[in-house]
Design a protein around this ligand. Structure first.
Ligand SMILES: *[C@@H]1O[C@H](CO)[C@@H](O)[C@H](O)[C@H]1NC(C)=O
Ligand SMILES: *[C@@H]1O[C@H](CO)[C@@H](O)[C@H](O)[C@H]1NC(C)=O
Ligand SMILES: *[C@@H]1O[C@H](CO)[C@@H](O)[C@H](O)[C@H]1NC(C)=O
Ligand SMILES: *[C@@H]1O[C@H](CO)[C@@H](O)[C@H](O)[C@H]1NC(C)=O
Ligand SMILES: *[C@@H]1O[C@H](CO)[C@@H](O)[C@H](O)[C@H]1NC(C)=O
Ligand SMILES: *[C@@H]1O[C@H](CO)[C@@H](O)[C@H](O)[C@H]1NC(C)=O
Ligand SMILES: *[C@@H]1O[C@H](CO)[C@@H](O)[C@H](O)[C@H]1NC(C)=O
Ligand SMILES: *[C@@H]1O[C@H](CO)[C@@H](O)[C@H](O)[C@H]1NC(C)=O
Ligand SMILES: *[C@@H]1O[C@H](CO)[C@@H](O)[C@H](O)[C@H]1NC(C)=O
Length: 447
């Protein structure tokens, strides 16, 4: 009996350690079930998998999440971005006794979820959303990969802040197409003012997505004509976040910030067995951050882009000469400076524009537009107001407390919004242009 037991044990040992030909597909990682090279952790319906991968010709190996159900390897999340596993040394992903999800080679720890407070039976599973989740035995989430995005925003993932847990969600590009290490480019919300996404290289803003709003975007191009993308914004004391969802997830939508600084929105086309680019931002030169400076507005025309003042009647270039030579860095100023005497000012409405940078703003999303106007008028530093999110039953107030920068024009119905800009009372009349014309002719010598 004794001998049979030993033989059985040896046989099992042999089978486990030397005949491990087929990669194992796990549905759960626990204290007793590890993930080693070649194994994968698979989501319930097999959309995503977690496993080790290599990029290009490098010897570096990474632990990452990719799609299981498509033939093109597409990595959406990487654990050890800056700490690749080298060479062929054995490595393992396991849950250690304090409850960390731990990636190590035979020598040292490479990456850890740092969740040491957990106790009891901790397990890790991969959800069909692409979220790797570490839970305790009561199914309380201890850690999730969605809280630590790499370069890809999947449906349901968030950008913004979780103030309670002190987490900031943003994308960071790969260093290069072959190297998942942290790149220089980020996409996220950078202020605690009214939230909007900014694409930055280091500290420098390259592109701004515009103030966040709840909206539904019907599909544009031919293959996605019937698709609707829903953008969801949460603005509370606890959380400020942005996320998106598609009404048909079979297209495996994903948004990535690529290593050359372009945001790309992709869909999987089953027929063609390939990824199709649905959208890429920035779109054109008018998306270049603050290209026309303060109170300037960028328009696309047949010859490319051009900067104008927000309104040629009420604004003039700060420096006419350089403006004419195409140096727009001075921006524009009001023809009639604001005096901020009580009752002497009002607002002019501009439509179909991208709302300016929200860097210096104040907001209250329960105020009506009338209350918003009154609030702006009361404060001399308030330069404009708008409702950034018209989906909130007409409520929502955003005040700009500084010069208005990074404005572009959209053609009607293409997502532009209304803004109300503070003006001296003498500039409020819509007949201003007519009056100037009359003056002009009145003082012209008659032939
Ligand atoms: C770790 O792996 C390397 C390469 O396989 C091997 O040379 C080394 O002896 C291993 N070290 C330990 C402590 O197992
Ligand atoms: C975990 O903690 C270590 C040491 O403090 C740190 O280097 C590492 O970046 C942390 N890992 C994560 C995923 O935050
Ligand atoms: C821990 O949970 C896993 C998955 O639910 C289960 O397979 C395992 O038996 C549990 N272990 C213990 C010690 O309860
Ligand atoms: C889009 O929807 C219309 C009507 O609902 C339908 O006739 C058409 O076949 C759909 N097109 C695609 C590509 O699914
Ligand atoms: C989603 O799109 C696929 C491919 O066009 C289609 O076969 C499927 O019926 C759609 N599902 C829903 C819920 O519209
Ligand atoms: C980034 O995206 C742009 C636009 O889709 C593309 O032209 C460029 O080649 C991409 N760069 C990389 C490194 O993938
Ligand atoms: C401005 O004028 C309004 C009425 O015209 C008055 O109610 C308000 O108190 C005045 N505010 C200031 C700061 O003078
Ligand atoms: C926001 O506006 C609502 C409605 O006018 C008001 O009741 C509330 O006090 C305001 N909150 C702040 C912080 O100003
Ligand atoms: C104007 O608004 C800003 C921002 O809310 C505030 O700091 C400032 O005190 C206000 N000024 C006046 C005169 O109300």
């Amino acid at each position: 009996m004794e001998e049979a037991g030993i033989v059985f044990f040896l046989l099992q040992f042999f089978l486990l350690h030397f005949l491990k030909i087929d990669a194992v597909e796990l549905d759960t990682i626990s204290r007793s079930r590890f993930l080693t090279d070649g194994d994968t952790l698979v989501s319930p319906t097999g959309i995503f998998k977690l496993g080790f991968f290599q990029t290009g010709s490098s010897e570096h190996r990474y632990l990452g999440i990719s799609y299981k159900k498509i033939p093109v390897t597409t990595v959406v999340w990487v654990a050890n971005r800056n700490h690749p596993l080298m060479g062929a040394s054995p490595h393992v992903l396991k849950i250690d006794s304090p409850g960390n999800l731990l990636l190590s080679n035979n020598i040292s720890m490479i990456w850890s979820s740092n969740t040491t407070t957990a106790s009891g039976n901790v397990t890790a599973t991969l959800r069909d959303t692409g979220n790797l989740v570490l839970m305790d035995q009561n199914h309380k989430v201890l850690w999730q990969s969605f809280d630590y995005p790499t370069d890809t925003l999947l449906p349901g993932m968030k950008l913004g802040y979780d103030y309670l847990r002190g987490i900031e969600w943003h994308l960071t590009s790969w260093k290069s197409i072959q190297d998942p290490a942290l790149g220089k480019l980020t996409w996220g919300s950078d202020t605690k003012n009214y939230p909007e996404s900014k694409l930055k290289q280091g500290k420098m803003v390259k592109f701004r997505g515009g103030p966040w709003k709840n909206t539904r975007i019907p599909g544009g191009s031919q293959f996605q004509r019937n698709l609707t993308t829903e953008l969801s914004v949460v603005i509370t004391e606890r959380e400020v976040s942005f996320s998106y969802n598609l009404d048909n997830s079979s297209f495996l939508p994903r948004v990535t910030l690529n290593s050359s600084g372009q945001l790309e929105s992709w869909m999987w086309v089953e027929d063609g067995k390939k990824w199709q680019l649905a959208m890429s931002l920035p779109i054109d030169v008018c998306d270049t951050y603050s290209i026309c400076s303060a109170y300037g507005i960028c328009r696309l025309n047949r010859f490319g882009q051009s900067c104008g003042c927000l309104d040629e009647k009420r604004f003039v270039p700060r420096n006419q000469k350089s403006w004419e030579t195409g140096d727009w860095s001075g921006g524009c100023v009001r023809r009639t400076p604001l005096a901020c005497k009580n009752g002497s000012e009002g607002f002019i409405k501009y439509s179909d524009i991208k709302l300016p940078d929200t860097k210096s703003t104040w907001f209250n999303m329960s105020m009506s537009l009338e209350e918003c106007e009154a609030k702006c008028l009361m404060n001399c530093t308030c330069m404009a107001y708008a409702n950034p999110d018209v989906s909130l039953q007409g409520r929502g107030c955003l005040l700009w407390l500084n010069d208005l920068i990074d404005i572009r024009a959209y053609s009607e119905g293409n997502g532009g919004q209304d803004i109300f800009v503070r003006m001296a009372s003498s500039d409020l009349s819509n007949d201003l242009f007519l009056m100037q014309l009359l003056f002009h002719y009145a003082y012209m010598p008659s032939n």
